[in-house]
Design a protein around this ligand. Structure first.
Ligand code: ING
Length: 314
């Protein structure tokens, strides 16, 4: 039995520091309307989709940093997106910087939500793999300060039954780690939706630029195939205040093949009619976890954090 869903990766072009949230929400609503015109039922927006990628900047004032965060979702500026989605009967994924009071203190997370076609929030995820540094890199042309501005996510890797399948979320750097997808794979995930802001230049080592896009796609293709799930990945792309972010938004099948991919670094809708059942044969055969995994040999994966050279012939 095929279980079909028309999904869209709603890639965003640059958002500059001077761009208001209202102007961004207008772009999100326009992409939502385009998606409705293509019969889409789910729209995936990028990571930190409401603002510029502010972790590239070093701020000293917490008040200034907090201008990039949302204190409520939806709030006055994002309500128009929720209202339009409900009017159109389209669910969506949205990444944003979350500021909340939890456990008696102020918390800040790199967060994403999954919203159903009825406009209600189905689930929330908070980014676990925070890349970059907590302190600025000397002499770098830009920074990557997610470890400074966000806490590590505290919600694990949940999955939800929604949109006719089992969906999970991750955010940007999470997509590079097989653990991210395997945890959701062990919960039967059929589609992982995610957003990313990936600089087109490595500030840490001299690395050929073409590897940015190669690593972006190869990690998601491998994780999709190894867990028999679809991946819908949406980039914030283009030059934000002169600093480049890669595009390459795409929809990847459980076979690992790229089914649809963005061709620009602007606002662009990438759509595909997905069939959730396509992953079934992969989960039944080559990646039948119950039949083939040997967890008695995997313990080191959760018992040890860093790599320690430990040859068995020494
Ligand atoms: N951005 C990048 C990402 O994982 C990065 C950071 C790029 C890390 C390339 C390692 C290599 O796509 C975010 N926001 O995580």
């Amino acid at each position: 039995m095929s279980r079909r869903l028309v999904a869209a990766a709603a890639q965003l072009g640059p958002i500059h520091r001077a761009d208001s949230r209202a102007s961004v929400v207008r772009r999100l609503v326009d992409l939502m309307r385009q998606a409705a015109g293509r019969g889409c039922e789910l729209v995936v927006y990028p990571e930190l989709a409401l603002t510029t990628f502010f972790p590239r900047w070093l701020y000293d004032s917490q008040d200034e940093i907090d201008t990039w965060f949302e204190r409520e979702m939806p709030g006055p500026e994002t309500r128009p997106l929720f209202d339009e989605a409900k009017r159109l009967g389209i669910g969506f994924h949205l990444g944003y910087a979350e500021l909340c009071e939890e456990d008696g203190r102020t918390r800040r997370f790199n967060t994403s939500i999954l919203v159903g076609p009825d406009g209600d929030i189905v689930g929330k995820y908070r980014k676990i793999h925070l890349p970059g540094t907590a302190e600025p890199v000397p002499d770098a042309p830009f920074q990557h300060l997610e470890k400074r501005y966000f806490e590590v996510g505290n919600l694990g890797f949940p999955v939800w039954r929604t949109h006719g399948g089992i969906l999970g979320m991750c955010i940007c750097n999470d997509r590079r780690w097989p653990e991210t997808f395997r945890v959701m794979g062990l919960k039967g995930v059929e589609m992982v939706v995610l957003g990313y802001n990936t600089p087109d230049f490595n500030i840490h080592v001299d690395e050929p630029k073409h590897l940015r896009m190669f690593h972006n796609h190869v990690t998601m293709q491998a994780n999709a195939y190894q867990n028999g799930c679809w991946v819908v990945a949406s980039a914030k792309a283009g030059f934000e205040d002169g600093f480049g972010l890669i595009g390459g938004s795409c929809i990847i099948a459980p076979t690992g093949e790229i089914a649809a991919v963005a061709m620009t670094e602007d606002d662009e809708l990438v759509t595909c009619e997905v069939d959730f059942s396509l992953g079934d044969y992969i989960k039944r055969t080559v990646f039948n976890f119950e039949k083939h995994r040997r967890i008695e040999h995997y313990g080191i994966i959760t018992e040890q954090t860093g790599a320690i050279a430990s040859p068995d012939n020494e």
